[in-house]
Design a protein. Structure first.
Length: 105
């Protein structure tokens, strides 16, 4: 087994482990806001590890560049989508965005 195959195996294994752990976290958590915390590693660590495995295996060609671009897109889109989802849940639960009087103290 050469070094490239070992590196690809480690990166793919790490990426899959992160995705499975995040899926398990979403299933186990009861509160919707707690579940949102598990979307971060699933869209940051997992795709970056898998994109790294593709770049190591294929090199910097069309497949490698596409993998890096997709991982970058997920890296940028995740905080925006998580914030929008949390805000929509907050508004849906309270019917308004402004905090209540007792929350201001």
């Amino acid at each position: 087994m050469d070094l490239t195959t070992l590196a690809v195996g480690v990166l793919v294994g790490f990426g899959v482990a992160v995705e499975l752990a995040c899926c398990l976290g979403v299933v186990v958590m009861r509160d919707v806001y707690d579940k949102l915390h598990f979307t971060g590693p699933a869209t940051i660590l997992g795709p970056l590890a898998l994109a790294g495995a593709i770049v190591v295996q294929e090199g910097v060609n069309q497949a490698g560049i596409k993998a890096v671009l997709i991982a970058g897109l997920l890296l940028v889109a995740n905080p925006v989508l998580t914030h929008a989802t949390g805000r929509a849940l907050y508004i849906r639960q309270r019917d308004h965005l402004e905090p209540a009087e007792d929350e201001l103290r």
